[in-house]
Design a binder for this molecule. Structure first.
Ligand SMILES: [Zn+2]
Length: 197
């Protein structure tokens, strides 16, 4: 069955989004058709606004619409501790833990397994912060995969060269998880990161 071309086009556009499969794209498109016209305009405008007005903070790389961002301007935050993450979405997750230090987001859009090298990471604003002498500890909150491991080691070297302490997140067992079903890498790291209670 052939769909009306504008509907087909909407489904095709939605299909470009992550986690959206053909069925979901079709369901969303049909839902949008039934929405009040004002709401559809608001949705379209919100997408355009978000892309046009949100950009990475020049100091920390977090997504913002003011430069520097609200986190960098917040004087109540601990300047001694700087957390490095790969993506802005990681910051949103870390903020929920109640962490009150500062951040540096790598916003990397390349992969090391391809042609890219570590020199392509934009580290100048980060190194500038290390050079101010205010940072006493850098927390490496990188993903526990091979690339995260390579980047963490590279950054740890730079941090050490500035005489600053580098720490990394402990890798542990998920809360509610079962030791019996944990993979051996997770279990080994959990054992290495054990703490006195
Ligand atoms: Zn910032």
């Amino acid at each position: 069955m052939r769909l009306a071309r504008p509907l087909e086009n909407l489904i095709d556009q939605l299909l470009k989004l992550p986690t959206i499969g053909p069925k979901t794209a079709q369901r969303l498109a049909l839902y949008i058709l039934k929405m009040p016209p004002g709401e559809v305009r608001q949705l379209a405008q919100a997408i355009i606004d978000a892309q046009e007005k949100v950009f990475p903070c020049s100091r920390c790389g977090y997504l913002t619409d003011t430069n520097p961002c609200a986190i960098c301007l917040d004087e109540t935050r601990d300047k001694n501790i700087l957390c490095i993450a790969e993506e802005a979405s990681d910051i949103i997750a870390i903020e929920r833990t109640g962490y009150r230090g500062r951040y540096y987001v790598l916003n990397r859009n390349f992969n090391l397994m391809g042609d890219n090298s570590l020199e392509e990471l934009n580290l100048e604003p980060f190194i500038e912060q290390l050079e101010t002498g205010a940072v006493k500890e850098v927390v490496l909150a990188l993903n526990p995969d091979i690339e995260g491991e390579v980047i963490a080691r590279y950054l740890a070297g730079i941090v050490a060269n500035h005489g600053v302490k580098a720490t990394r997140l402990a890798h542990g067992l998920p809360v509610g998880g079962d030791i019996e079903f944990a993979d051996e890498i997770t279990l080994r790291r959990a054992l290495e990161g054990r703490k006195e209670i």
